[in-house]
Design a protein around this ligand. Sequence first.
Ligand code: ADE
Ligand code: ZN
Ligand code: ZN
Length: 237
Amino acid sequence: WGKTGHRATGEIAENFLNKKAKKAISKILNGQGLAFVANYADDIKSDPDFRKYGPWHYVNLAPDEEKYNEKTANPKGDLYQAILKCKEVLKSKDATKEEKQFYLKMLVHFVGDLHQPFHVGRGADKGGNDIQVRWYNKGSNIHRVWDSQMIDSYQMSYTELAANSRKLSKAQIKEIEKGEIIDWVYESREMANELYDSVEIGEKLGYKYMYNYMPEVLQQLQKGGIRLAKILNDIYG
Ligand code: ADE
Ligand code: ZN
Ligand code: ZN
């Protein structure tokens, strides 16, 4: 996602944290909230020292394989391995506060990215980055439309996006929290596969596409927030 999407994920997660998790997180982040740190993993991309985390923002599953395969996975890391690594450090008794702070900021971001379907897209087109479309009158690609252009055109703040998430029943929240991280990877891949068919190369997209898909964007931001909170509640609860 772009900045607003990531902040919305962090803001939604705040509303699902239990007391213990809230306290532990506030201590690690010196009082800052999850929305505040949600874009850190993108902001460090310009620093050569952090270049190695580039592949951690996405995971491309092999097209001919049903399941995630460690043997064909990107040896430089991917979004799935990144989230496992963040969890491991946050749970570790040996990690320093600085390490925990770094990996917590990364986790907030990566759980957001996991719910942008094109971050679990096809490797051949770089998760839709090579699928050229037009956004109104400007050249774009389907990855970017989903990362930020729909959300930005909608012109809602991250707090407003968070406040406009659906009111869910306890059972619906439980359903979203269900499963392991790998199941959420498969869910996003499934969605990406459908979305690839939602556009034709070179197609001009605008308000119609936005109104068709903003409910799905909001749903993904909400799932991301709920699942981020679930991970953090499990660690600290
Ligand atoms: N960003 C850059 N490369 C990507 C890829 N292969 N999949 C998804 N997002 C990407
Ligand atoms: Zn990212
Ligand atoms: Zn992206």
